[in-house]
Structures are given as structure tokens and as C-alpha cells.
Ligand binder design. Structure first.
Ligand SMILES: Nc1ncnc2c1ncn2[C@@H]1O[C@H](COP(=O)(O)OP(=O)(O)O)[C@@H](O)[C@H]1O
Ligand SMILES: [Mg+2]
Length: 397
């Protein structure tokens, strides 16, 4: 650096630059170079101490503690298939193996035992799908592999069994395929009927304008039903996309419920049902998405009118007691819902009576949509129903 600065200064002098300026540049560079410690001193070379070898016993204890903490059931067995080591997850899943017990004392599936035998004989890893009925239905991928020491070429005679729980995955798979099957089935029925009517109009009813008019009316109904279904399906998938974003608008429930009631007046009139609102004075605000909340209360009030028609009246009560959650209760005095159906009402396509729902223009998706919206709003849907007396659907914010 010193040499470089001097060189620059000399070159500058040769080129005939203002000597005063050159002197100052030279002086500043020299000072900086002198103040900063030399490069070599600035590189801190870490002193490399030899790593202390960990006591094998401590290491072993750490490995055991790690196995115990693992949330996947793990067993170590010997050549006789006797259990040497089991972790807490094993005890939780299958109950504890008595000390030194054969694995067949708890795991009796012939496929699994065959796999274990084969691995012990051939010293090669294997895996199998295994399901347990008790204490609850569970599906596992069970893997067995010989325990090998990386540097030694000897067989240890120990084998590690691990159980990966895939029950949840299976459940989601089943739900997805059920959903596709249900949706296709719901669309196939009106499509088949449309096709039948078109064929009739083209064939036997070719010259019968009166019959044609009647069939066209039914065809219009069927296409409307399909559009309703597609609308509901789209609604559900849109809601799924934004399920993790909490809504942040302030919504006053008083005018909202009034608006929903008004929009349902034609339907209620046709069914000869009155919808009575019971509201506190003033505003009742919650954080929400206005359109979605309209959809929730439309669904609940429409259901109460349709399925509770014989009760003649639907009561909608908004509760805003100090210190308590805001609640909206939609109650009817209809036939009620038998208790075994109540927990399943919000499943997609679940209906207490399929024909009854279809005849009332239901898709079986209404309450599934309601539940999705309420989950996004961190609100709950509570259903209380008594057969012969009626049903209360409560939304608790
Ligand atoms: N207020 C009610 N009284 C009796 N049954 C009801 C009521 N609300 C809903 N249900 C039952 O729950 C089912 C599911 O409702 P929903 O998801 O809205 O579907 P949909 O109305 O399209 O059939 C309905 O088919 C009906 O059997
Ligand atoms: Mg409905």
C-alpha cells in the first residue's frame, strides 16, 4: 500500500498534476495505511483444537433418549424377533411389549411377521402396509432395516422397525374420491334425464307439441339444478382457497339479517312461513365478510323455511349480551333432525332425506358452505334439534 501510494504520487508528478493535491492524496493514503494493522494480523486464524471424542456411553444414552422422544413408533429387535428396545410411541400405539417378548405378542398380522422373518434371513430392508383395528383404525407403513455400523463390515444382528402413520392421508384421499364420486353422481342424474327427454322429443314426441312443452319445462328445471350445483361447488372451492385469511371488515348484523329476511320473503310466502326477527337496539358489529355472512344466514333461514315448513314460523334472534359472544339463533318448529344425523349435517352432500332435499331444490352443500365460511370467521355453528319439536341453528361469533 505504501509503495502503491508513493508510485501514484510519483506518476502524478511526472504527468504534471498540481503538486499540492498530489501531496495531500499521498499523505492521506499513507496515514490510512499506517493506522490499519497489516493484513496478516487482521486474519484471525481460529486455533484448531482436536475435537474431544464423546464418551460412547453418553452417545448411546443420547441415541436412546432421541428414540424415546421420537413420535414415530420404533422397535429394535434381535435375530429371534424379540423386542430389545421400544419407544414411548410404541406403547401408545400398541401397548408396551413385555421385556424380551417376541414381536408377535402384539403384532399378529401374518404379512408383517413374514416380512420380519424375510429381513432377518436376508439382511435386506423391507416395507409393508399394515392396518390396526384396535384401539382405533390406523394404517401404517411398517419398515424394517438391519442396523448397520458404517465403518464395520459385520452384521450387528439387530433390526429396526418403524411405523409411519398414514391414516390421515388415507382419510383425505377417501374424502376426495368420495367428493368427486358424489359430485359426478349429482350431475349425472339430471344429465341422464335431459338426455332421455331430448331423445323423446326427437322420437316418440316428435309431433306432440303439448308433450314437448311439458318436457321442456322439466328440462329447464334440470338445467337449473345443475347450475345450482356448479355454483355451490365453485363457492366451496373459492372458500377453500382463502380459508386461512381472516376477514377484517366491520359488519353490522342488524341490517344484514333484515336484508336476508327480505330476500327470502318470496320463498317464505310460497311455503306459507313467516320469518320473525328479534333484534336488540343499536348496532351489533362483528369482524367479517359481508357477502359471506349473507350467504350463511340465507342458507340457515332458507333451510328453516324449507325443512321446518310445518312449524309455520321461523324465529331469528340476535343476541348481544355484555361479556358474552354475539350469537344469531335461527329456529324453526319443524319435524326436527334425529340425533344421529346432527354431527354429519355439515359434510358435503349429506342430507337427512335425499329426495326431500332434491324436491326442495337442495344440493346438500348449503351447510358445508356455511361451515367453511364460519371457520374462516373463527365462528362456530351449534345445532340443537329435538324430533317433533324443531331445530335451532346457532352461529356464535
Ligand atoms: N332446519 C332444519 N330442519 C330439519 N332438517 C334440516 C334443517 N336444516 C338442514 N336440515 C337437513 O340438513 C340437510 C343438509 O342441509 P344443506 O347442507 O343446507 O343441504 P340442502 O338444503 O341443499 O339439502 C338437509 O338436506 C336437511 O335434511
Ligand atoms: Mg340448504
Amino acid at each position: 500500500m505504501l509503495i502503491l501510494a508513493t508510485l501514484i504520487a510519483v506518476l502524478a508528478l511526472i504527468e504534471g498534476i498540481n503538486t499540492g493535491a498530489v501531496f495531500w492524496i499521498w499523505a492521506i493514503v499513507m496515514i490510512v495505511a499506517l493506522i490499519r494493522p497489516p493484513l496478516v494480523e487482521r486474519i484471525v486464524v481460529p486455533s484448531r483444537e482436536e475435537p474431544q471424542p464423546i464418551d460412547p456411553e453418553v452417545l448411546l444414552r443420547m441415541v436412546f433418549a432421541g428414540l424415546a422422544a421420537l413420535d414415530i413408533p420404533v422397535l429394535i429387535i434381535d435375530r429371534e424377533a424379540s423386542v430389545l428396545v421400544q419407544n414411548a410411541a410404541v406403547e401408545k400405539a400398541f401397548g408396551a411389549f413385555p421385556a424380551g417378548a417376541h414381536i408377535s405378542s402384539k403384532l399378529r398380522s401374518p404379512g408383517l411377521l413374514d416380512m420380519v422373518r424375510e429381513t432377518i434371513a436376508t439382511n435386506t430392508p423391507n416395507q409393508i402396509e399394515h392396518s390396526e383395528r384396535l384401539p382405533s383404525e390406523r394404517v401404517y407403513i411398517v419398515r424394517i432395516a438391519p442396523v448397520e455400523l458404517p465403518e464395520a463390515d459385520v452384521e450387528t444382528g439387530f433390526f429396526l422397525l418403524s411405523f409411519r402413520d398414514i391414516s390421515e392421508l388415507r382419510h383425505i384421499d377417501r374424502m376426495r374420491s368420495d367428493f368427486v364420486a358424489n359430485a359426478s353422481h349429482e350431475l349425472r342424474t339430471p344429465l341422464a334425464s335431459l338426455r332421455g327427454f331430448i331423445e323423446t322429443i326427437q322420437g316418440p314426441a316428435k309431433a306432440d307439441p303439448k308433450a314437448q312443452q311439458r318436457f321442456l319445462g322439466i328440462m329447464l328445471d334440470q338445467t337449473t339444478r345443475m347450475s345450482r350445483l356448479v355454483d355451490d361447488l365453485l363457492s366451496l372451492s373459492r372458500l377453500e382457497l382463502k380459508s386461512h385469511i381472516a376477514p377484517d371488515q366491520k359488519v353490522d348484523l342488524v341490517p344484514l339479517l333484515g336484508h336476508v329476511r327480505d330476500s327470502l320473503l318470496p320463498l317464505a310466502g310460497d311455503l306459507d312461513v313467516t320469518i320473525n326477527l328479534h333484534m336488540p337496539a343499536g348496532k351489533v358489529e362483528v369482524l367479517g365478510d359481508r357477502d359471506e355472512l349473507v350467504q350463511v344466514f340465507e342458507n340457515l333461514m332458507e333451510n328453516a323455511c324449507k325443512y321446518g315448513q310445518e312449524g309455520k314460523a321461523v324465529e331469528v334472534t340476535l343476541l348481544n349480551e355484555p361479556g358474552q359472544a354475539v350469537e344469531v339463533v335461527v329456529s324453526d318448529s319443524g319435524p326436527g333432525i334425529p340425533a344421529e344425523h346432527v354431527p354429519r349435517l355439515t359434510e358435503r352432500f349429506y342430507r337427512v332425506n335425499v329426495e326431500d332435499s332434491r324436491s326442495k331444490k337442495g344440493t346438500g352443500l348449503g351447510l358445508a358452505i356455511v361451515k367453511h365460511i364460519l371457520t374462516r370467521h373463527r365462528a362456530r355453528l351449534i345445532v340443537k334439534s329435538e324430533v317433533g319439536k324443531g331445530t335451532d341453528f346457532t352461529v356464535r361469533f
